[in-house]
Design a protein around this ligand. Structure first.
Ligand code: NAP
Length: 555
């Protein structure tokens, strides 16, 4: 089999359109694309041209001859998506996946100008889609001095392949018509009404920054964290630099078993020397070097067949960590295996059935992760700090106590209300019709604030494209009001409200300085204080008048 899609697949579909024989599925127009855990190469149709390798923004596609040992299960995983043709190659075809048409601007006069709030994947994919049209201007507002949202502050540092998508985002940000307004908070420095006055439309791609809260006794104890806090802490998000993370106990419990729980468990059980070659925050690396944690228990309230983590992430976890089950959980896996399941679930159960036995002592000093099932969280025990977590076996009255010095809840994210827009507090989203905000003309949403906190980086590409299509349709129909103020007026207003504005040049300076601090050993050594970022951005060479004229002519 020539090419194989591996763990870091972001599902943005770039490979699908690059493939000359349409052998990567599901394609964005096929059912199942929105919920697919990854994309798959058809081994019998692949012509081994490598076009997909160049198109993939996260380096997830590898020729079979170059797979490393832990990637070998992905050969079978790709093939299993397709009917078994018993090794017979499909005849070559020149069929291409249907490329969705770009949102064509048909209205002449004042060029479309859009404010995007947020700079994560949904924001950057939306900007890219808008900039396919000549003359469009996109202004991206971000409250931090650094862009790219969860790719910078959410993706685990040991998943550097996934972080490579920032190279694509850098190229999008360098396009004519794109402007960064970093270190600017909408709702503080500028209001929604002010953004609307300076643009035809405002598109919010602000994600889902809050955690779902676990309502059990004892959640206010020191040593209880949300996964979001821990993830932001080890990723160097400046708001979490000083989070007190106590790793002095031998065991950590994580509640919830989605991919975020797996990320946190992997980082807490990693060899610090391996992490030293990543962009993990210095303070987190120092804490992990002193860590006494030897076991992380990932506790799910349902059974093995309902595990929330995806199959590629389970494969990655078991390849790099000692993962164990206790006897009762092994029985649950065996019982689930006797039932009917879709292919992905069966594959997960097959892997779970091969895990080590928690009763066997781990080698001295070794780290391990225990997957635990049917544990409904009941209360946190401890006076000054967490000492244990009490669960009830789901569906029974049996109480079960797990000793631990740190508890992380990883039970999903939740969106936060956006000032001046309607909000569905239960779902944590801004109510919308495929991106058009309900009852708020000129306002649009994309990403997690539009559809809720599910999916992968690339899922946001199709999501953002749909929103942009609605926006352009409204622009063409003359529904959007022309901005009352000029571009210069917007720049003056922002500079007046936020003198410490960081622009593209400022970001380039921060980026270059972080890479230089990495000293060739790490991809970057992140600044974790806003002041340090601003000091570097302030030193960025300012564009000359000639640069400005050249940029204006490129639009
Ligand atoms: P998630 O996949 O929705 O998992 C949430 C977990 O919390 C589930 O196990 C859920 O159990 C549990 N839970 C919810 N409420 C609970 C409660 N009251 N008590 C106990 N357990 C509770 O969320 P996530 O891990 O935050 O991930 C969010 C999205 O980001 C997912 O789509 C994920 O795939 C994606 N992501 C992907 C990657 C990657 O590809 N590497 C990395 C990180 C995140 P039930 O199933 O029983 O509700």
């Amino acid at each position: 089999m020539p090419h194989v899609i591996t763990q870091s697949c972001c599902s943005d579909g770039s490979c699908v359109y690059a493939c000359p024989v349409n052998c990567i599925h599901p394609t964005p127009d096929e059912p199942g694309f929105a919920t697919a855990e990854m994309l798959y190469v058809d081994p019998d149709a692949c012509v081994d041209c490598g076009a997909c390798v160049s198109a993939c923004p996260v380096g997830a596609i590898v020729p079979d001859t170059k797979l490393v040992a832990e990637q070998l299960p992905f050969i079978e995983l790709n093939a299993a998506f397709y009917p078994d043709r018993q090794g017979k190659k499909l005849p070559p075809t020149s069929k291409l996946a249907p490329v969705p048409p770009a949102p064509e601007i048909q209205r002449h006069g004042m060029p479309l100008t859009v404010a995007i709030v947020g700079s994560g994947p949904a924001a950057m994919y939306a900007a890219d889609e808008l900039l396919t049209q000549h003359g469009v201007r996109v202004n991206v507002f971000e409250k931090l001095p650094t862009p790219y949202g969860l790719v910078r502050a959410g993706v685990a540092p040991d998943h550097q392949h996934t972080k490579q998508v920032t190279r694509l985002f850098d190229r999008i940000a360098d396009q004519p018509g794109f402007q960064f307004f970093l270190n600017v908070t909408i709702g503080k420095h500028l209001s929604h009404a002010e953004l609307l006055a300076h643009h035809h439309a405002v598109l919010y791609a602000v994600g889902a920054p809050n955690d779902r809260r676990l309502e059990i006794e004892g959640m206010d104890r020191p040593g209880v964290h949300t996964a979001t806090e821990l993830v932001a802490w080890y990723n160097g998000h400046p708001d979490f630099t000083d989070l007190p993370v106590d790793l002095s106990a031998q065991r950590v419990v994580i509640i919830g078993n989605g991919n975020v729980a797996l990320d946190v468990a992997r980082i807490l059980t990693a060899d610090p020397d391996d992490l030293a070659g990543t962009d993990i925050a210095d303070h987190a690396l120092a804490a992990l070097r002193e860590s006494k944690v030897r076991e992380v228990v990932i506790a799910a309230r349902r059974g093995p067949a309902d595990s929330a983590f995806t199959l590629p992430e389970l494969i990655g976890l078991t390849a790099h960590r000692l993962v164990v089950l206790d006897a009762a959980d092994r029985d649950l896996v065996t019982a689930d295996l006797a039932g009917e399941h879709d292919a992905l679930t069966r594959n997960k159960l097959d892997i779970l059935a091969t895990l080590g036995d928690a009763a066997e002592p781990a080698p001295a000093g070794a780290h391990r992760i225990r997957l635990a099932y049917r544990l409904t969280p009941a209360r946190v025990i401890g006076d000054d700090a967490v000492t244990a977590v009490e669960f009830v076996r789901t569906g029974t009255d049996e109480v079960c106590r797990v000793d631990a010095g740190l508890l992380a809840t990883s039970i999903g994210y939740h969106g936060k209300a956006v000032a001046d827009l309607p909000f569905d507090a239960a779902a944590g989203v801004v109510p919308n019709d495929d991106g058009r905000v309900t009852g708020a003309p000129g306002s649009y949403v994309a990403g997690w604030i539009k559809r809720g906190p599910t999916g992968f980086i690339g899922t946001n590409k199709t999501c953002a494209q749909h929103t942009v299509h609605q926006l352009v349709e409204d622009f063409n129909a003359g529904v959007l009001t022309d901005p009352a103020e000029s571009r210069g007026a917007l720049e003056r207003l922002v500079a007046q409200r936020q003198p410490e504005l960081v622009d593209l040049h400022g970001w380039h300076a921060i980026n270059a300085a972080e890479i230089a601090r990495g000293d060739g050993i790490r991809p970057r050594d992140k600044f974790t204080r806003v002041n340090a970022m601003l000091a570097v951005a302030a030193m960025a060479p300012r564009p000359t008048l000639r640069d400005k004229l050249r940029a204006a002519l490129r639009v």
